[in-house]
Design a protein. Structure first.
Length: 295
């Protein structure tokens, strides 16, 4: 039977894996050294494994979200114009998602970090082929994880807007099929994306687990990561770069799949937008849009 360890604490999803050991004394020592709230699980394998989890003691309900205009303006005023426009639209998308989804599905796990949005925009190959630009917009927004939740859903929405900035008549494939069919082919892309970004941030922690003969790590939503399928033995900076590249390729493949399923092969070789063209579309082309229809 596979030896499985949880990445998020099963009773507290805001606590994530920080350290593992076969020694109770060592794990307790790590706990005493931690400045964060901690939880501890001992996994009763034939050779037991002890895992320390760190996190915040409380999770804020997304139903209490109130990103009003004054609050948002204060947070993004120091960003360049492009970052301000994208931040504004991302918050609108998050509020729309909260409005139409179950309360239990949307909880706020972290602070809003708008400065990371500008970092994401700075790593896009603007003017490259459309699948590349759209995929990199999605990938880099997800990797920077600027929102307190819904980074994948809003990242896909931004991919859609990127395509629409080149062809405003473009329709996402979900407009041609029912939602179950949409989820059937989109969900595997999201699941693999979450695997990649989790390994990217935790290669050394996962290497430690692998050395303890752990086979699987399971994060929230039941997503399992088979450690043998990933290269873990590298410096953490190298892992950040390596898995960011893999994630960009993954999202570029998704952008291509979106165009193909929409029957828009004519856009596969089309030049993607410049940054200014994308920002202009976000600012002027979405004024009447009801973002709730996207969720």
């Amino acid at each position: 039977m596979a030896r499985l360890v949880f990445y998020h604490h099963p009773q507290a999803e805001n606590f994530s894996l920080k350290y593992s050991s076969a020694s109770v004394a060592e794990i307790r020592s790590q706990r005493e050294q931690s400045d964060e709230s901690t939880k501890l699980i001992g996994y009763p394998f034939e050779a037991p494994v002890y895992v320390l989890y760190e996190g915040d003691s409380e999770i804020e309900s997304a139903q209490d979200i109130d990103f009003d205009q004054e609050w948002l303006s204060d947070r993004i005023r120091d960003l360049p114009r492009a970052g301000q426009v994208v931040a504004f639209r991302l918050v609108e998308l998050l509020e729309a998602a909260v409005d139409v989804r179950d309360e239990d599905e949307f909880r706020l796990y972290k602070e809003f970090e708008p400065q990371k949005i500008q970092q994401a925009l700075d790593h896009v190959s603007w003017g490259a082929p459309l699948p590349t630009v759209a995929g990199e917009v999605m990938s880099n927004l997800i990797l920077r994880h600027s929102l307190p939740n819904a980074n994948h859903r809003t990242g896909i929405a931004m991919l859609q807007f990127c395509i629409e900035s080149v062809d405003p008549d473009f329709e996402m494939p979900r407009t041609h099929v029912d939602d179950d069919s949409w989820r059937e082919w989109v969900d595997p892309y999201i699941v693999d994306s979450k695997r990649l970004i989790t390994v990217r941030r935790n290669n050394l922690r996962f290497k430690q687990l692998e050395e303890l003969d752990v086979d699987l790590v399971e994060r929230k939503d039941g997503i399992q990561i088979r450690l043998a399928e990933f290269e873990l033995d590298m410096h953490w900076r190298e892992a950040l770069s390596e898995y960011a590249g893999q994630h960009e390729s993954h999202c570029t493949d998704f952008a291509q799949a979106v165009l193909e399923r929409a029957g828009r092969d004519d856009l596969l070789d089309r030049q993607g937008p410049t940054k200014q063209e994308f920002i202009t579309y976000l600012e002027d082309g979405l004024v009447e849009r009801d973002f709730r229809e996207m969720f």
